[in-house]
Design a protein around this ligand. Sequence first.
Ligand code: FPP
Ligand code: MG
Length: 294
Amino acid sequence: MDFKEELNAKVKIVDEYMEKFLPPAEKYPSVIFEAMRYSVFAGGKRLRPIMVMEACKAFGGDVEKAMPFACAIEMIHTYSLIHDDLPALDNDDYRRGRLTSHKVFGENMAILAGDALLHHAFETMAEACVKENDLKYTRAMLAIARGAGVNGMVAGQVVDVISEGKQIDKDTLDYIHKNKTAAMIIGALKAGAEIGGAGEEEIKKIERAGELIGVAFQIQDDILDVTSTLEELGKPINSDEKNHKVTYATMYGVEGASKIVEDMSNEALDILNGMGERMSFLSRLTEYLIKRKN
Ligand code: FPP
Ligand code: MG
């Protein structure tokens, strides 16, 4: 199997489990379950859940037991996208080639669908923690909570919002990238590593790799916002310009920013490759991310 086939097979597994962990669309009041499912099954790349699964597997863990956490982080990621697209935030009409949640279900239901996904993620993880009765699962939930909350993604989003239209410096931009995007990637890798039974040193290494991958991923996102097309990206391009945002692409130009992505990815690859053959899928995933077109 080549890498893309292997990746698609993993996406399929994530989708099967997402189906299992989400309440059925027919349940009352169905509009909220439909809205949750509309965004969850909108064709996301499933990177974060795959990172949970692969980190768990790399450290010799049982991937089946990581699935509630893998799906939970995708629920949190999906909530963040729904809210990010709202009129009060980025005000985007398209995401992944489809109308955004508030365009289909209205702003009120989009807010609630985000809330519902966030809470359902923690319900799913807490159920697994109770069932397994082993603190490593609680540590995995903590890693995801930290990545998502006001010590991570939410903080990054706050600085992103208050920086709009301002000429921010590199440190502020790095803060945004590290928190808004990298914190969830770190959370995914750390949660998987915890469930897999990794030691403290190994967890530190994977966290550092996660930070580099996460920041490089966000810079690539900013580059694609300038260089891609609506068709390829599934959402309008030049959204950063529209929202008067400083990005790596505006600060260093597309070429300069691309070089930074490459350097950061190579540093992450050095860390992963230094941890042996068991990291080979995560290494290939990192390489794939810098070459992605959406
Ligand atoms: C695209 O991920 C998303 C990012 C690069 C992260 C952006 C961060 C936010 C929007 C934070 C929002 C936070 C709040 C609290 C509203 P992806 O390319 O993996 O998307 P996909 O799932 O569609 O593939
Ligand atoms: Mg945004």
